[in-house]
Design a binder for this molecule. Structure first.
Ligand SMILES: *Cc1c(COP(=O)(O)O)cnc(C)c1O
Length: 375
């Protein structure tokens, strides 16, 4: 069994993908071109924003967004403590200070209450300028943007939505990657919409941000890439990757429906046995991960071993909070505490999750968990 079965997906779309990749090779336009432009237009329309800017990966997408806002030394950027390292890394890479915010146990997402408390602490200390918040749509469920937006407006902060795991999610009729002033996503193969290598995109309604980010991503280009008006990066999506994404995007809505059916079946099987993920009212998840909470670390070890014995993969997303990462120690302020993240890191376990997971497979996985936990 696969954790995320990319081979099964390829076999479903094989003819289309082979044909579209071959088409790129035949034209020999490997960077840029109409395939990239068409994909950007389709993704922008799907998300419901004016601009989609493709780039090399989800990390660059966030870095380019922070560069657009001139975020740097002396600035504080608020990030959830429980996330993939990128979210905090890009802040430090820009020279600013990541300030970690604890999460809510039921959604694994940034807690608005803790966010407000952390902003107030930074304001009171008076050392850093609060500039932006990066809420993450963790495991596919959008962050609590209604409350986060209210706080951002009150303190005059930008919101950068890290939708690397969230693409395809919704709050009401609003789609993930439309909730930030700028939003980003990743097309890493295992994400909800993945390509066959690295890829990413930036979404915004802001015309100026669109212009500036398009410059930054190609060496700070002016009228062309040999006229350089700012110091930028080299961060483009390859045309072959765009061709793969276009095929997968055409099937994306069906995949979202399937993966939500898988989640329902996990929930039905496991809801009385372990803490299953909770999707809030009005929210729809793209299920980048299906992450359960066990009783304690011992029980997690037992469940992981029982699954392994049946050749069922499982992953710990994540074993450490950002405040526990060695690389970020210099940014920590002593009185900050992250009890929920620390607890969740000891008890979380992500199960195989993808649109092609069969009912029978979900039942086998659930059965192993039941047998181990109910003893
Ligand atoms: C994967 C991921 C990223 C980074 O995306 P890459 O394309 O791998 O650079 C950023 N944030 C989160 C939450 C992610 O899961």
């Amino acid at each position: 069994m696969q954790f995320r079965d990319l081979k099964k997906q390829y076999n479903q779309y094989r003819e289309e993908i082979d044909q579209e990749m071959q088409r790129v090779i035949d034209t020999s336009i490997f960077i840029g071109g109409s395939i990239i432009q068409h994909l950007e237009e389709e993704l922008a329309a799907y998300v419901g924003v004016k601009h989609c800017i493709s780039c090399a990966n989800g990390t660059d997408a966030m870095q380019l967004s922070l560069m657009n806002w001139n975020i740097g030394k002396g600035d504080a950027v608020f990030v959830p403590d429980f996330t993939f390292f990128s979210t905090a890394e890009v802040v430090a890479l820009c020279g600013a200070t990541p300030v970690m915010v604890d999460i809510e146990e039921d959604t694994f997402n940034m807690s608005p209450v803790k966010l407000q408390a952390e902003i107030e602490k930074v304001v009171k200390e008076g050392q850093l300028n609060p500039k932006a918040i990066i809420p993450v749509d963790l495991f596919g469920q959008p962050a609590d943007f209604a409350n986060i937006r209210r706080i951002a407006d009150y303190f005059g902060l930008y919101v950068l939505e890290d939708g690397a795991q969230g693409f395809g999610g919704r709050i009401g009729n609003g789609r993930a990657c439309s909730f930030g002033d700028i939003a980003t996503t990743s097309f890493f193969p295992a994400k909800p919409l993945g390509c066959y290598g690295d890829g990413g995109a930036i979404f915004t309604n802001d015309d100026d941000a669109d212009t500036i980010i398009r410059s930054y991503k190609i060496h700070g280009k002016g009228y062309d890439k040999y006229d350089n008006v700012r110091v930028g990066m080299n961060s483009r999506l390859d045309t072959i990757q765009a061709a793969v994404l276009q095929v997968k995007f055409n099937h994306f809505n069906e995949e979202l429906q399937s993966v939500n059916q898988v989640a329902e079946r996990y929930y039905k099987n496991l809801k009385n046995i372990v803490r299953c993920p909770i999707i809030r009212d009005e929210m729809y998840s793209s299920w980048a991960q299906y992450t359960i909470l066990l009783e304690d670390e011992q029980q997690r070890i037992a469940v992981q071993k029982a699954l392994q014995d049946k050749e069922i993969p499982s992953m710990i997303y994540y074993a450490k909070g950002m405040h526990q990462q060695e690389a970020l120690q210099e940014y920590l302020m002593i009185e900050h505490q992250y009890p929920i993240t620390e607890d969740v890191c000891k008890r979380c376990l992500s199960l195989p999750m993808h649109p092609f997971l069969e009912k029978e497979e979900v039942d086998i996985i659930s059965g192993v968990i039941c047998d181990t936990v109910v003893k």
